[in-house]
Design a binder for this molecule. Structure first.
Ligand SMILES: Cc1cc2nc3c(=O)[nH]c(=O)nc-3n(C[C@H](O)[C@H](O)[C@H](O)COP(=O)(O)O)c2cc1C
Length: 145
């Protein structure tokens, strides 16, 4: 079970992913860092950065640029199996919108939406959900099956 995630300098997503306790790889924060290339199926955990685009109409890109870059690599894109998105419910209808966009563009299920660093309940549900559904989601590496 591999988790791939992006997290900005505030590191809310990083803290959430660490609590899950699965092997994890981080998409680099800066364009200048070497790009991440993965070699097994993964669930992507991605924070939303649209700035409430539906209301403000000012930032229409809820998915961080570094995540777009990672997914533009066809090999990386072929291995995504599910998406989880973080956000802030203050953004109303745009809460966790990055997950909707990634799910639609990559054709994978949007399996969970959580706020900021996630609660203990979020961690429990995501851990259980991913573990119980690893096979049906295709999250088991071929070598292990
Ligand atoms: C500039 C900015 C725009 C944001 N836009 C949204 C948004 O449109 N929807 C949402 O749910 N959360 C939004 N958020 C909240 C972040 O997704 C949330 O704080 C997240 O936990 C950040 O994760 P990170 O610390 O790992 O980068 C925004 C945060 C910032 C700073």
């Amino acid at each position: 079970m591999l988790v791939v995630y992006y997290s900005s300098a505030t590191e809310n997503t990083k803290k959430f992913v660490e609590k899950l306790g699965f092997p994890a790889q981080r998409i680099p924060m800066r364009k200048s860092e070497p790009e991440l290339v993965v070699d097994e199926p993964y669930v992507l955990v991605c924070p939303t950065y649209g700035g409430g685009a539906s209301i403000s109409h000012q930032n229409t890109r809820p998915v961080p640029g570094q995540v777009i870059r990672f997914l533009n690599n066809e090999h990386n894109r072929s291995l995504i199996r599910a998406v989880i998105s973080g956000g802030n419910s203050n953004f109303g209808t745009d809460f966790g919108k990055a997950g909707d966009v990634i799910s639609q563009k990559c054709g994978v299920p949007y399996v969970y939406r959580y706020e900021l660093l996630g609660t203990e309940e979020d961690v429990r549900l995501v851990r259980g959900g991913l573990t119980d559904n690893a096979e049906s989601l295709g999250l088991v590496p071929e070598t292990a099956s």
